[in-house]
Design a protein around this ligand. Sequence first.
Ligand SMILES: Cc1cc2nc3c(=O)[nH]c(=O)nc-3n(C[C@H](O)[C@H](O)[C@H](O)COP(=O)(O)O)c2cc1C
Length: 331
Amino acid sequence: MLKNRVVMSPMCQYSVDAHDGRLNAWHYVHYVSRAVGGTGLILVEMTDVEPNGRITAGDSGIWDDSHIEPLARIAEQVHRYGAKFGVQIAHAGRKATDPTWDVVAPSAIRFSDSLPMPRALTTDECARLVEKFAAGARRVVAAGADTLELHGAHGYLLNQFMSPGSNHRSDRYGDPTRFPVEVIEAVRAEMPSGMPLFMRVSSVEYSPEGYGLEGLIEMAGAFQKAGVDLFDASSGSNYPAGPERVYPGYQVPYADRIRKELHMPVMAVGMLEDPILAQSVVGEGRADLVAIGRGHLAHPYWTNAAALQLGVEVQTPWEYDRAFPRAKKRG
Ligand SMILES: Cc1cc2nc3c(=O)[nH]c(=O)nc-3n(C[C@H](O)[C@H](O)[C@H](O)COP(=O)(O)O)c2cc1C
């Protein structure tokens, strides 16, 4: 049970210092301080299932058992402040930025001239990658996580399989849902039955080469059947083009539509850091959770400040009680 509907959106820190995928003191302070600040669910940044599935060498990794311990330390302390803990697991595919790596993708189609040309995965390699996602999930569970989010958005590997402009395969993985469904089923099998599985999706792709909202909803139905419990509705980034305009809450209609079509919980994200807007998104039943990204970077105690502004219960550690003399406190 979450203590509130506020989620720290996964955000890469690119700050793993030994380039070994292990989270360090920076990450510990970064995540635990947002738990102190009252956030209900801390989602750790994109955490990659193999070394060449990183965006940069500074990314978080989950391809080795040595990654469990630093995550477990953060999880333990996040729990101490009453927050839940989750990890976003991913593979960057053609969005890996280091041209000296073995950059892989569904097809040998590059994102843009600024990123390396990937080679197409073989059918066997796709199946082995499914196992790597499962092994990553096993480690996230071992670290004491309460949930796990699959990164199926922003042009990373799962999204690359889903999109017609980046998946020209003629084997079984040419079906845009096939690879993500296998990953979902394999990951689900590693999770305790009551643990919710989140999936971040790009709801629309802003490109004639990509899919639109109707296409996404159809695929999401298959992902729901395979075991996804909640969709986190983001958009774009599998192609260089972006939205014509962005404004507070611009992605909320996608969350709302997925929620209503599939009758399942969703998370809204994107320029929701005005607490009144965030409250109304949840209050109107357009989303079940709100993810705050940059608002959390700027203000680690965003949630407590929002609670004060909205006149609702502030859930701060007792050490900080004197900062909130007039706030409602838990009895
Ligand atoms: C520094 C930074 C790193 C990010 N890294 C990730 C990531 O690891 N995974 C992801 O799904 N989104 C990532 N995002 C996107 C955010 O999670 C969020 O969707 C986006 O910033 C919009 O929300 P906001 O307007 O509240 O910041 C990142 C955003 C920022 C600013």
